[in-house]
Design a binder for this molecule. Sequence first.
Ligand code: AMP
Ligand code: ZN
Length: 142
Amino acid sequence: MSEDCIFCQIVAGDIPGRTVYEDDTVLAFLDANPLSPGHTLVIPKAHHERLNDTPADVAGAVMSTLYELVPAVESAVDAPASTVAFNNGEEAGQEVPHVHGHIVPRFEDDGGRPIHALVTDRPELSDAELDAIESDIVAEQA
Ligand code: AMP
Ligand code: ZN
């Protein structure tokens, strides 16, 4: 537990949360400032800041919970779709430094945007630059 982490305080029961799923590893609760009805956050109970600070088995448990919860959340609010995403790091918009996956139910004509609207100025990358990025990512895994 991180003392000044708001999500650790929800896990500890020190501040209230609207819990929709809980097991030994994972907690899911309603977002306090929802982007749409049913906006849900899925977190590991242990404090890890970003996705890759999280042990693989715990990250897998978070993903399994997202997998199970998406249809339940969509059904509960009668949503035909959802955006499922992580803001992974401060520069990506992560405000609470305790890794969390968002399930944001989406509705026809809800005024929301797709993931592709995250960035307005897209880079123009040449084939050579794309080839270099491809091989760099492959090399990083070696
Ligand atoms: P992010 O920008 O990805 O770090 O998202 C943090 C999310 O946590 C936001 O959607 C907030 O509305 C939500 N949030 C902050 N405090 C609480 C809280 N006490 N209970 C539930 N959700 C919260
Ligand atoms: Zn925490």
